[in-house]
Design a binder for this molecule. Structure first.
Ligand code: SAH
Length: 258
């Protein structure tokens, strides 16, 4: 599906930015790069900044006009660092990614394009008017213009994130639930035995006054329920309680463990 997402760079001056954009794309699984009348390309500086995304550069299509780059596209989004005072629908990068993916998942899944402007002057009004939506990265208005390759990175990242989410794929290496699932969960009975043991020890060390228990146990229950200890963690907790009892000289502490 990402093969139908085209990144179009218009009149780029610095080949380093072309390489940086290629790297950003490849990191996020995008591959289709189109260069509209670049000032210097191919160029060793582009290869250097691509840091291994050479295939994206080698396959990049160089065209003379934006019109040519966009001819077969069914959806075009143009990025802009500032408000050009032409009333146009503006979306943020996340919404832009959704627009692109909606189009690609729809029945007429033609190529879609993300257009990026010149380092010094961005896209012209005429170029922006070829785009159905304008994409603005909500940067600080006092310093709103990102480096070209960085802007490509932000957009590519959002496309990947939204796509992973739609596929129900994990976006983090290790979810908290996954960690807890490594060991078997504890039963309700084991939790109750733990609370009894905990209460007992707190009385023995003088932390809990049985005449004035207040809300201590219910607060601690809430804490441990939130923590959802597994079997291994429960053994540690019970072990600490038992050792505490040994340390203060309470006999037969182990007998309560079951
Ligand atoms: N002075 C230019 C800045 C261009 S920055 C201007 O005012 O437009 C080069 C390109 O990076 C822009 O054309 C756009 O494609 C992208 N870019 C930089 N900052 C951006 C932002 N905040 N939101 C969206 N695109 C941005």
């Amino acid at each position: 599906m990402f093969d139908k997402i085209r990144v179009v760079l218009v009149n780029t001056s610095h080949p380093g930015n072309i390489g940086g954009a290629a790297r950003a794309m490849k990191n996020m699984g995008l591959s289709q790069l189109v260069l509209v009348d670049p000032e210097r390309f191919p160029d060793p500086e582009a290869v250097s900044r691509a840091s291994g995304a050479d295939d994206i550069l080698a396959n990049a299509r160089v065209v003379a006009t934006l019109e040519e780059a966009l001819a077969d596209c069914v959806l075009v989004l143009g990025t802009s660092a500032r408000d050009r005072r032409i009333p146009w629908p503006v979306v943020d990068p996340r919404e832009a990614a959704d627009k692109l993916l909606d189009q690609l998942e729809g029945p007429a899944a033609g190529p879609v394009a993300l257009v990026f402007g010149r380092e010094h002057s961005g896209l012209t009004s005429e170029e922006l008017q070829r785009c159905r939506y304008h994409v603005h990265i909500p940067s600080d208005p006092e310093f709103s213009s990102l480096n070209l390759a960085t802007a490509v990175q932000v957009l590519s990242y959002e496309v990947r994130m939204q796509s992973l989410k739609r596929q129900g794929l994990s976006t983090s290496f290790q979810k908290p639930e996954a960690v807890a699932e490594d060991e078997p969960p504890v039963t309700a009975e084991q939790m109750e035995l733990f609370y009894q043991h905990l209460q007992q020890v707190m009385v023995e060390i003088g932390f809990l006054d049985p005449q004035q228990p207040k809300k201590l146990m219910s607060r601690l229950r809430r804490l441990y329920e939130r923590g959802q200890p597994n079997q291994v963690e429960m053994n540690i907790l019970r072990g600490i309680l038992t050792e505490t009892q040994k340390a203060i000289g309470v006999q037969a502490a182990g007998a309560r463990r079951s």
